[in-house]
Design a protein around this ligand. Structure first.
Ligand code: AHR
Length: 679
C-alpha cells in the first residue's frame, strides 16, 4: 500500500519485484563484506631475527606399500619373476602367471630345480601337443605384470630369462595385448642344446602401444621346458638405474632433502620371517629370493633392493635414511639376549652402504657397480616399536655398536621426545602423525613448547587420514600445510619431516594398502594428490633462511604464515617467499609489512603469487582431471608501499618476491610499515 502511494503508477507486481531486487542486492552486499577477513603479516627481514632451516628439513618417506616399488617406481614389468611367491611347495601358486592352452595340451607346475641357491623354485612346463596338433600360435604361459604391462610403440624392452630343456626348443616370446589377440613385439628362440640352465637375453621393440599388455612364452613343440627368473625391463629408465622415469620425476620435483626407506611397517613385517632383511635384497637380481610383504599382503621380488634404494637417494640428491628392523615384527620379538646377530646385520648394512670397497660388504657394493661409498648418515632403529617391552634394551645394543663403529651416524629412536626428554641416547626421535584435518592444522603448534635441547624430531610420517582426506583432497593438503609451517617455525627442534605414504598404485584393491597417498599411478600415468602439490610449496625451504613473522588477525585460528629467504638454484636469484594457509571458509585480505627490506628492491615483473585452492574443500584429483586441485601462478600486483593480497578461502598461497640483491645483509630498511591500526 505504502509503495503504491510512493510509486504512483507502479502496479503491485512491479512493486513486489523491485522490493525483492532491493532486498537481494543488499543481501549480496552484506554477505560479501561479512565474509571477508582482514589480516596483517609483519615480516622481519633484518638479519638478527633469522634462523637457518635444516638442509634436509623436507623429504620423502618411501615404503613398499600399495605396490609403490614392485609394480611402481621399480620398472620391472614381470610380477613374480622367479616363481617364488607361492613358497617352497610343489605345485605352488604361480600367480599372476597363467597358462595358455587346455590341460590336455599343456601342464604347468613348479619344482625346485632352479640353478639359483637362494630361490630354488622354477617353473616346469610340459607341452603335450606337437606341431599342427597344437593350437595356432602354440601353448604356453603368460605374465600380465602388475595389472597389465605398459608397452609403448618404438620403445625397447629387455627380456632376460633362464631356460632348460632336455630337447631342442623352438619358443616364441611375444608382447601382446591383454587377451593375446594382438602382437606388439615378437621373436623366436631356437636352440639345439639348453640341457643345462641357459641365460637368454633378448631385445623386443614394440610396434604399437598398449598400457595393458602381457608377456607370452609359447611353443608348439612337445617336451618339457623349465623357466626361471624371467625379467622384462624397459630400457628407458632413469639413468638406466631401473626407476620408472615419470614416477622418478614426480619425486624429484619435490626436491626431497632425504628419502626414508624401506618403510614403515614393511621394515618390521607381520612375522619376523617376512621383515625386510637387507642381505636378501642385494647382489645379482637373479639370486635374490624375494619375500612376502605380509603387512601389505603382496609379494615383492626385491628388485628394488638395498643397493637400489641407496642409488635412488643418490639420484634424487637426497640423504638416505635407512630404517632397519630392531628385533620386532608386528607379531614377534627377538629377546635382547638374542639380538647380537641383528646388531651385526645392521653394522654389515652400514658397511655395505659406506664401507671401503675392500671390506667384506663394501666389496659387494663395489661389485654391484658403486665403488664410492653412499652417503649414509642416518639410521632408524625400528619403526613404531617404542611401546614394545624390550625395545629400549635392543635399541641400546644397536646404538652402542653403531656409535662405536660409525660415530658420525645419526641414530633415530622410535620413542617420542616431544613432551619429555628421552631416557636413552639418540640424535633424533621418530614422530608419526595420522589425524583428522582440524587436529593436523592445530598441530602447527605441537613443537612450540618442546625442549630446545636434546634429540630433535624426525616427523617421518604425517598425513590427514580417513573421511577428512578420503583419497587425498584439498582439506587434507591445507591442514598439512599449516602443520608444515609450524615445522618451519620450530626448525630448531624439528630436523626432518615427510608425508606418508608416497605412492599408491591405483589398482591396489580398496581393502588393501593405505590411503591417502601423495602420488597415484597405474601402468603408464600418474597424478599428484593435493598433498603432493602442497609439498612443492615447501621444496625451497631446505637450507633456506627463516625470517621472523607475526600475524595480526581476528581469525588467528585459521591462518598460518611463514617467511623464508632462499636462492633459486635455477636462476640463482634471491627470493623472499611468504607462505600463508587460509584454513577458514572466508577469504582473507592480507597486508604484508616488511622490516629490514627495501621494497624498492623487489622486481615485480618476476614476483608471483601461487595459490592451491578449489571450489570445494573436498575436491580431489584423478586420472581424468589430474590437476583439478593444483597450484595456479599469477604475477603479484605492485602496491604503493606495501603488499596487499587476497587469500581465497581454504587455500595455501606462496608469494615469491624477487629481491634484486645478492645478499640479505645488503638490504637496507627504507620502509618500515605498520598497518596494525588499519585492520
Ligand atoms: O604409512 C603407512 C603406515 O603407517 C606405515 O607403514 C606405518 O609406519 C604407519 O603405521
Amino acid at each position: 500500500m505504502f509503495l503504491k502511494q510512493v510509486m504512483g503508477s507502479f502496479n503491485e507486481v512491479q512493486a513486489l519485484i523491485l522490493l525483492l531486487l532491493i532486498g537481494f542486492s543488499s543481501f549480496i552486499k552484506c554477505t560479501s563484506t561479512l565474509g571477508d577477513t582482514n589480516a596483517l603479516l609483519h615480516v622481519n627481514a633484518s638479519q638478527g631475527s633469522t634462523k637457518n632451516l635444516p638442509q634436509n628439513l623436507f623429504g620423502v618417506s618411501f615404503e613398499e606399500i600399495n605396490n609403490a616399488g614392485a609394480g611402481g617406481l621399480w620398472a620391472e614389468l614381470v610380477s613374480n619373476r622367479g616363481f617364488e611367491s607361492g613358497g617352497l611347495h610343489s605345485p605352488a601358486l604361480i600367480e599372476p602367471w597363467s597358462v595358455i592352452g587346455g590341460y590336455s595340451l599343456v601342464r604347468v607346475t613348479t619344482d625346485f630345480s632352479s640353478c639359483f641357491k637362494r630361490n630354488a623354485v622354477a617353473l616346469q612346463m610340459e607341452v603335450l601337443c606337437d606341431s599342427n596338433a597344437c593350437p595356432a600360435g602354440g601353448v604356453g604361459v603368460y605374465n600380465p605384470g602388475y595389472w597389465g604391462m605398459n608397452i609403448e610403440q618404438g620403445k625397447t624392452y629387455k627380456l632376460v630369462m633362464y631356460i632348460r630343456s632336455l630337447k631342442p626348443i623352438d619358443l616364441t616370446v611375444s608382447l601382446t595385448n591383454s587377451t593375446g589377440g594382438k602382437t606388439l613385439a615378437t621373436t623366436n628362440i631356437i636352440a639345439a642344446d639348453v640341457s643345462n640352465w641357459t641365460k637368454v637375453e633378448i631385445s623386443l621393440k614394440a610396434n604399437a602401444t598398449n598400457h595393458n599388455s602381457r608377456l607370452e612364452l609359447k611353443t608348439n613343440r612337445k617336451g618339457i621346458i623349465w623357466f626361471d627368473q624371467v625379467s622384462l625391463m624397459p630400457t628407458d629408465t632413469y639413468k638406466g638405474h631401473g626407476f620408472r622415469k615419470d614416477l622418478f620425476k614426480m619425486v624429484a620435483d619435490l626436491k626431497p632433502g632425504f628419502i626414508r626407506f624401506p618403510g614403515g611397517s614393511f621394515a618390521e613385517g607381520k612375522s619376523l620371517m617376512n621383515a625386510y632383511w637387507w642381505k636378501d635384497t642385494v647382489g645379482r637380481w637373479e639370486e635374490r629370493p624375494g619375500h612376502m610383504n605380509d603387512v601389505w599382503a603382496y609379494w615383492t621380488d626385491d628388485g628394488l633392493g638395498f643397493f637400489e634404494f641407496l642409488q635412488l637417494a643418490e639420484d634424487l640428491n637426497a640423504s638416505p635414511i635407512w630404517v632397519f628392523n630392531s628385533g620386532f615384527s608386528q607379531e614377534q620379538a627377538v629377546d635382547p639376549s638374542n639380538i647380537k646377530p641383528l646388531v651385526q646385520d645392521a653394522l654389515d648394512g652400514i658397511e655395505f652402504a659406506r664401507g671401503d670397497p675392500n671390506s667384506t660388504w663394501g666389496s659387494l657394493r663395489a661389485n654391484m657397480g658403486h665403488v664410492e661409498p653412499f652417503n649414509l648418515k642416518h639410521v632408524a632403529i625400528g619403526n613404531q616399536d617404542c611401546w614394545r617391552g624390550g625395545y629400549r634394551a635392543n635399541y641400546l645394543k644397536f646404538y652402542a655398536a653403531i656409535k662405536e663403529a660409525y660415530p658420525d651416524i645419526k641414530v633415530i629412536s622410535n620413542c617420542d621426545g616431544s613432551n619429555a626428554q628421552l631416557d636413552h641416547p639418540a640424535e633424533l626421535y621418530d614422530y608419526h602423525l595420522y589425524v583428522n584435518a582440524k587436529t593436523m592444522f592445530s598441530m602447527a603448534h605441537k613443537f612450540d613448547h618442546t625442549s630446545r635441547t636434546g634429540p630433535k624430531a624426525f616427523v617421518s610420517e604425517y598425513a590427514v587420514t580417513w573421511d577428512d582426506a578420503r583419497l587425498g583432497n584439498l582439506l587434507a593438503a591445507i591442514a598439512e600445510a599449516g602443520f608444515l609451517i609450524g615445522v618451519e617455525k620450530n626448525c630448531d627442534v624439528v630436523d626432518m619431516a615427510s608425508n606418508a605414504p608416497l605412492f599408491l598404485n591405483a589398482n591396489t584393491p580398496s581393502n588393501k594398502g593405505f590411503r591417502p597417498d601423495a602420488i597415484v599411478f597405474d601402468s603408464y600415468q600418474a597424478y599428484g594428490t593435493p598433498s603432493y602439490w602442497m609439498q612443492q610449496f615447501f621444496s625451497m625451504s631446505n637450507g633456506a633462511t627463516l625470517l621472523d613473522s607475526t600475524l595480526q588477525t581476528d581469525s588467528s585460528n585459521s591462518l598460518m604464515a611463514s617467511a623464508i629467504w632462499f636462492q633459486n638454484p635455477v636462476d640463482k636469484k634471491n627470493y623472499l617467499r611468504v607462505k600463508v594457509v587460509n584454513y577458514g571458509s572466508n577469504k582473507v585480505n592480507l597486508k604484508i609489512s616488511f622490516e629490514g627490506l627495501d621494497l624498492g628492491l623487489i622486481d615485480y615483473s618476476k614476483s608471483t603469487q601461487t595459490v592451491l585452492s578449489s571450489t570445494n574443500v573436498k575436491d580431489e584429483n584423478s586420472f581424468q582431471n589430474p590437476t583439478k586441485v593444483s597450484p595456479v601462478k599469477s604475477l603479484l600486483k605492485k602496491g604503493k608501499n606495501d603488499l596487499n593480497v587476497t587469500l581465497p578461502s581454504n587455500s595455501l598461497s606462496s608469494l615469491d618476491l624477487l629481491v634484486l640483491s645478492q645478499n640479505i645483509a645488503l638490504i637496507n630498511t627504507k620502509y618500515d610499515m605498520s598497518y596494525a591500526s588499519s585492520i
